[in-house]
Structures are given as structure tokens and as C-alpha cells.
Design a protein around this ligand. Structure first.
Ligand SMILES: [Zn+2]
Length: 71
């Protein structure tokens, strides 16, 4: 079963859900019912840009998380 990761803004948390391919993706948070955002898998994320991992990856210790709007 594939694992999907979602983020809920009101709950300020992420959670993982195992769903079969035939199932439709989760749309609402099971806790608060708000619309959730589907997160990219780590594998696909690394393919974009292609440069962040080459160097200086140790410097990024802390990043301002969830600064403003969604994007
Ligand atoms: Zn929620």
C-alpha cells in the first residue's frame, strides 16, 4: 500500500495515510475536517532543481517553517 503524506494547517501537523491506488486521495483532515495539502514524496522532491544536496547542506540547520501562505 502506498503511503501518502498530508499537511493540515489548522492542526499545524503532518500525517501519513496508507491508501490503495484505487482510493481517492484524502481531502479533509480526519481531526478537524479542514482541507489538507498533499505533500510531495521525498524521492520526487530531490529531483527538482538538482543542486541543494551538492554542498552546504549542513548549513541549513533551521528554516523558518510555514512562514506565510501556501505555495
Ligand atoms: Zn486538522
Amino acid at each position: 500500500m502506498p503511503l501518502y503524506e498530508y499537511a493540515c494547517e489548522p492542526c499545524q501537523s503532518t500525517f501519513e495515510v496508507t491508501q490503495s491506488f484505487s482510493e481517492e486521495p484524502l481531502k479533509n483532515c480526519p481531526k478537524c475536517g479542514a482541507a489538507v495539502k498533499k505533500l510531495m514524496s521525498l524521492g520526487g522532491f530531490a529531483l527538482r532543481g538538482g543542486g541543494w544536496y551538492t554542498t552546504d547542506y549542513k548549513k541549513t540547520s533551521k528554516e523558518p517553517k510555514g512562514s506565510s501562505s501556501e505555495g
